[in-house]
Write a new protein. Structure first.
Length: 139
């Protein structure tokens, strides 16, 4: 049902994303401490802020409307959420670009690799999240 799918999205993705984003921002801060030229904390924080706003809009407006059977506005809200899904790439790219810069210091490399692995896992989950919404829930 729509309600079960919404509950699954909030539980499996939104709540997990919030936990993971906090860890990723902290890891990005650590990368910047070891490798100041990396500058991954600012774009990571921008991504975290954007995703929090996006998830809040879904939870506060779109999902309740969907569970209640929709309204005349639902198509506009879905279109807006799908545009935001596509926009998220513009927040991801600066982080990936900065991760391409490498330091020679072993601690900086370890810190960067830890962040990179966590970030790649997060991006994979975010893509799965958007795919489920775009292909299963929204239609």
């Amino acid at each position: 049902s729509t309600e079960a799918l919404v509950d699954r999205i909030v539980e499996q993705f939104h709540e997990a994303h919030r936990r993971e984003l906090a860890v990723l921002v902290a890891l990005a801060r650590e990368v910047d401490a070891w490798q100041p030229a990396a500058d991954v904390e600012a774009p990571m924080q921008a991504l975290a802020d954007e995703l929090e706003q996006h998830m809040f809009k879904e939870e506060a407006r779109l999902f309740p409307m969907m569970v209640q059977g929709g309204s005349a506005l639902i198509g506009h809200l879905i279109d807006a959420m799908q545009r935001e899904h596509r926009l998220h790439a513009s927040y991801i790219e600066p982080v990936q670009r900065q991760l391409a810069l490498r330091a020679d210091d072993a601690a900086a490399v370890r810190s960067c690799e830890t962040f990179r692995r966590a970030f790649e896992a997060f991006i994979a989950a975010l893509a799965q999240h958007a795919r489920i919404e775009d292909e299963v829930l929204f239609p």
